[in-house]
Every structure is written in C-alpha cells, then in structure tokens.
Design a binder for this molecule. Sequence first.
Ligand code: ADP
Ligand code: MG
Ligand code: MG
Length: 891
Amino acid sequence: MNNQFVFLFDQSEKGKKELLGGKGANLAEMTRIGLPVPYGFTITTAACNAYYDAGQVISKEVESQVLEALHTLETKTDKRLGDPANPLLVSVRSGAVHSMPGMMDTVLNLGMNDDTVEGMAELTNNPRFAYDSYRRFIQMFSNVVLDVDNYFFEQRLEDFREEKGYHSDTELTAEDWIQVIAAFKSIVLKQVKRKFPEDPKEQLFLTINAVFDSWNNQRAVLYRRLHHIPGHLGTAVNIQSMVFGNMGDDSGTGVAFTRNPSTGESKLYGEYLINAQGEDVVAGIRTPQPIASLQEDMPDVYQQLVETCQLLENHYKDMQDIEFTVEGGNLFILQTRTGKRTAQAAIRTAVEMVKEKIMDQREALLRVDPDQLDQLLHHRIDPEHKREQLAAGLPASPGAATGQVVFDADEAEELSRDGKKVILVRPETTPDDIHGIVAAQATVTSRGGMTSHAAVVARGMGKACICGCDSIKIHLESKQFIAGSTTVNHGDTITIDGSTGEIFLGEIPMIEPELSDEFQLLLRWSDEEAKMGVRANADNPVDAEKALEFGAGGIGLCRTEHMFMDASRIPTVQSMILSETTAERKESLDKLLPMQQQDFEQIFETMQGHPITVRLLDPPLHEFLPDKEELLVEVTKLQLTDPHSSELEEKQNLLRKVRLLEESNPMLGHRGCRLGMIHPEIYEMQVKAIFNAMANVMDKGINVTSEIMIPLVSHVNELKKMRQLVTTIGDQIQGETGKTFDYLIGTMIETPRAALTADQIAEEADFFSFGTNDLTQTTFGFSRDDAEGKFLQHYVDRDVLKRNPFVSLDQEGVGKLVESGVKLGRKTKSTLKTGICGEHGGEKESIQFCFDLGMDYVSCSPFRVPSARLAAAQATIRHEQINSKKVPQYS
Ligand code: ADP
Ligand code: MG
Ligand code: MG
C-alpha cells in the first residue's frame, strides 16, 4: 500500500489531504458524493518528495502507475490520449496540502497536437474552438514547461489583432488561429531551440515534472514563507479529463464563494465569463460578470450551482471557494476549497453558522484565525471628514490606507524598505507581483474582478485592495494614471478605502476602530471557553483603558521606566543618576516620588480592582542620559569657542559620568534587579510610590490588587534581598495608614539560570512572569536588535530556524526552560501564579504552548488582547480535544 503513488478519484479513501493535496482530496471527495466532476487521478505528494529525493526524476514505478491510471481514465471516458479519431484531453494541475492559489503551475488541454486538433474540430463540428484550445495549450505548455515568457505569445497575438483590425480574441476565426498557432510554434523554436513536442505522453510526463518543479518556484517559496508553510510537504499532481468552457455561448467558466469573502454576507458570490477557459477569470485580463447575471444567462445552470454550493458548504461545514465550468449547458465542478476571507467575513461567517446550526460555538471559535483579527483593530477613514472621491472600483479587501502611488512591484518593495508608505497601482497583478503587494499598504488594479489574483492575495494578507477600477486609465510608460480630469503622478499621495472601493486624492484623517457586535459576541464565547486569563502590557492610563476596552483581565506588565522618560521629568531623573552620593540621590528621588505615585494612582483607578503587575526599574541607567557622541561634539565645539566657560565644565563633567556608566554589553550589564541591589534607594522610592498610591486609591473606595515584580533575577538571593526591601516598606506604610494591602511579590523568569533554579526562586516568589524576550536573547545568546538587523532573516529564509524566535516562542529550546521554570516553581509552591509577558504572549502558537504548560495567564499589548482571548479559547478547546483523543482541527 505504501508504494501506491497514484489514486483514481473514486478510489482513494476519505481525508487523505496530506497525501493527495487539498485539491486532489476534495476532487475525490466530490466524486464520492456524486457531484459532476470530470474524471481523473492524483499523483501523491509522496511521489513529489520521491522525485526530489531522486534528483528531480520520476521513478519507473510512478511512471507505470501513471500509465495504468491513464488507461483506466481512457476506458472510463471512452477516449484515448493522442487518438485523432477520439482524443482524450487532460489538465495537469498542481495541488498542495495547504492551498496556495495561483502560486504553482497548471497546464490545460494537454494531448493536443497537429493530428488531434483536427479530430477535435471534426468531432465537435467547431474548428474555431479546436484551434483556440490548441493555441492555449501551446502557450501554457511552453510557458510552464519550456519556460518561454508569456510576453512573446501575447505580443504576437496583439500584433495579429492589430493587423486584422480586431478588438478582441473572440473575433479570431479558425483560420486566424491556425496562423497564430504556426507563429507560436516558431516562437518556441526560436526561444528554446527545439520543436514543440507533439507526442502526448511526452507532453504528459514533461508537465508532471514541471508541476513538481513549480513547488520550488520563487513565488511559491515566498508564499510559503509568508504563511509559515513547511517546505518539505511537496505538491500532488492532478490529471483530469478536460471539460470546455470555450465551446460557445452556452459554455463558460467561473468562480463562486458560498458567502461573501469580504463581508461574510450569506449570499452566493462570484464571477464568470461566457465562452472562456480556465484562468481567464482569475487572471483579471477580462473583467467578468457578477454571478447574479448567470441566473438570466443560464437559469438551469444557476439553480444547479446554487444547490451544489449549499451542499458543499454543509458537507465541509465551512465557506467554500468553488471553481466551475459550463460545457454546452452542463455544469462541472473543478475545485472546492475553504474560502480565504477577511477577518470581518471570518467572524460573521462563524457567528452565523452557529445560528444556522451548521456548527456549535466551540467549532466556530476554531474557525477564526486569531492572527487575522488585528485587521479589525486598525484605523478606518473618518466618516465625518468631507472628501471628494477620485474614482471607485470593486471593494476587494477592506481597510483604509494612505501612501504614495507606485506602478511597479519591485519599486514598491524598494521604497517600503526605505520606510516609505506606498500604494501599488497596476492594470492587473500576476503571482509575480506578490512581493509588491506584501510591501505596499494597499493595491489598486484597473482590471479584474473580486476573485482576481490581487484580490485573493490581498484578502489573505489582510491588506486593503480595490480591483476592477476601470474608470482610471493607467499609463505605465509615463508613470501616471488619469481619473476623470485629474492626473495622478508617480509619487503623489492617495488614500483608498478597500471596504467601499473608493480612491481619494491626498491624505485623509483616520479614526480609531470599534469592535462590531459580532466580534464582541465571538469574544464573549471565547471567554466562556477559555481556561486561561489574558492580560495586557500597559504603562500608562491610556493603554490601561484600551486594555480594559479590549477585554483584558488585568495588567500583566506595567513598565515603570517609561514614566521616567517624560520630558518634564528627565532633568530630575538625570540628576538622580548623576548624584555623587546616596544623600544627593535621595534628594532627587524625593522629587520623583510624587510623580511616580501619581502615575500609579491613575493606573490603579483605571483598572478598577483588576490585578496589576508592576515591574520595578529595568533598563541600564545610561539610557536616561544624553548620547555620548552628541556630548562629545558639544564639548569639542565649546573647547574651540568658549574654552573657559562654566558650560564647558558642566558638559565635560557630564561626559565623564556618561563614560563611567558606559557598558560594553548593556543587555547583560547593570540593569534589572542589579540596579536595586546596588542602589536600593531607587527601588525603595518606587515601592513607596506604589503603596502610597494604593492607599490613596483605596480611600476612594476602589480595590487595588498589585503584584510587584522584580526583573532579571538570576539567583534566589537577589530576590530574597529585594523581597525584604518591598515587605519592609509595605509593613511600614500599612502601619502608618492602618490599611491592609492586597499585594504579591514575584519575579520575572528571564535568564536561563532563573528557569533552572526556579524551585529555589519560588521560595521567595508569589508569582512568576516569564519574560520571554530576554529569555530568548539569553538562551540563544542573540541580542535581539543585532540578530533582527543582521542575520535572523537569513536564518529563516534558509530554514535554519523555522520562525523568528522573537515572534513565535522557540518551543524546543527556550520552551524547555519555560517548562522547567513552571514545573520546578510549582514543585516548591503549588499555588504559584504563572504567566508570560514577552512579545510571545500575543502569538497563538506560543499561547497554546503556555496553556499546555498550565500557565494562568498570558499578557500582551492592548491591541493584541482580542486575538489572544480567541487564541486562549482555542488553546483550551484543542487541549481538551487532544486529551479526549479527538484529532485537533487546526484551521
Ligand atoms: P490553481 O490551483 O492555480 O487554481 P487549477 O489547477 O485550479 O489552478 O487550474 C486553474 C483553472 O483551470 C481552473 O480554475 C479551471 O478553470 C481550469 N481547469 C483545470 N482543470 C480543468 C479541466 N479538467 N477542465 C476544464 N478546466 C479546467
Ligand atoms: Mg484552482
Ligand atoms: Mg526583560
């Protein structure tokens, strides 16, 4: 069984997506449930991997299995590959495990040659159709297999139309196509120095090779990197008998979504073209018709399509993206897959499918990707602002964006690398423009519909996009576009709204986002399911308010250094740092105390009794001092202009101190609790500010729960000392005020030693918060800034590391330390509270990891709180599914 590399559509078992690829598995599934699918077979992903293992060669074994399946296909269809009297034509289609729309290659009409084309013409009594199909085959095959640039064929065709005075391809007659075919063949001869292969079996195997190869083409590799799809999965190849949408006016081809992929509205949505084949719709070359008009064009087909779509949605219990072709009035389904959708559509679909009883609440929660949600938490155009619309197209992917107009994907990438915001404007986009779409704030195309390439890709990435904006005329040579009487030049600023399809000149003010009712409902469901808390990292009352608004259960990290950075405080902070004696330092600290206390009061008040973890001062002190280089310049200048001034003396003094505090490796230097150890008066001031603030806020009748957190502990003795410091002041202020404070003392676990000795550290701690940013730095021995700037991307590009470990927790390495920290800590103190406050606290896979370790909460930036709430629910549900031996459903 293991060496079966080829499966007929009606032969494979259910659920073999890993082996058959998404397309192949679904073609088989649709065949099984009796839908009209042209017959065929699938060559497995295992064959693809074997192909690569053998140095890009198809083995004899696979070859003979393909020939055997082909024979069955011939028998079933009663046609034969290469038989002029009754030719079988097939498509050879790529199909990976995770759908990668348009990234890999497909060849249609394979089996055509100078003999079979004549047979086709006679059989169908439609020579024009036969020759049109043939020229399409030559073009696709030569492009995909022989690597001839499409440009040559398109240019030739355009010249031909011009010579003949035609406006569109539909005007070409059979005789015309015969001439074009001859011209195409000579293009091939000239470009690749070989004749176009006429033997259908040779065509077939060359194409299978090419589809396997397309797994590693540049755009597929880029797409996988963007979507974290592993490179070792490989693609399957589907060989399927052809049906023809280009047979005349009772034929056509189209794409349908069972619901609107942009808004989620439950209504059939899609586009089609009459008398067209394959890629014509998605390529965006002709702007297609909306699906609703199919009801008039072909009422019976429309009805059948509606019913099929419903059936497929109910079957897969998810929104489907369906490709269909109509041949002579008969409907055929060529593909179905889970529809890519915007966050808005994902939420609406999930909520409505629960209402429609297609699925339950828990299943619905698993259907929404937490990563997508931040699309909804960004700005949108201020509806109050008066503005004049420049042009409008199809609202292909929602969101608003402002940027400079560019007309080229490479340029979009270059400019955005320099920090510029750009909007990519193109007649249409091809899969080779994907890097430009990634780099740009938004994309606008003048041709193509809502299912065109640009639209699908932009929606998948959550980027705003407008398609089919045919009221603008793009002039690529002069780098400008014209909308009505306005000319917009390369570099001009425009604003676009992907939710309405509108384009405006200049920059338009944006407003803060709000959570829709459906979004709120989904988050309430999340909270009902989640067995893990979500807190926010917030340093000031504004962030604290946002955190509450987005549903955070508290603050998991309140950094106190930002309170020191305020411009009005910096002089006091600096004189504190520069003090020669402890007495002097205390004087400055006395001035800082009321300021810091006020900050805490505001935050405590805002949080209304929700717990707040306050971290004592963490960064090295020189971060608060002026820059050394700048000081040096000033001193040098003064030495020349005013050598005896008191200003020079002051600056020299300052420079001396800055030099004194300078560290060769500040990340590993005098920071964190090491500051509190050497200058306890700094931490004392902070702790006093916290307790005074608690007392004052409690006087207003508001509960305060604080968790005082000591950073960068590596030895239990550090924490022991710092704990004493805190309790001494706590006791003192409680005594003075007669109040009892609700507070805990804990530490960050952010050095490997702390994680490894967590059992000792837990003796002195009420809680642990894993600071996984520093822990990642110290475990890898990477400094984050240097790594991200210099080599990390290289590592990820070359699969040295699967993901950037500062974005997604490195579970195998850093994760081991986290695990040891939790386990050892709980061994000493079973009630120990544990959480995570690094950047990872908002990332879904890291959240799952933390949940599986039994952590009590995660903490992330306020804007990531909604997505973390969903991820926490998903982590709970998946964990329970795995424990009850149900297979988890990763979306
Ligand atoms: P992609 O994965 O890029 O969507 P497909 O393999 O789905 O590529 O092929 C693209 C298009 O080619 C399909 O949407 C369909 O319109 C057309 N096509 C593929 N196979 C056939 C077939 N057997 N008969 C008719 N059209 C086909
Ligand atoms: Mg397809
Ligand atoms: Mg840290």
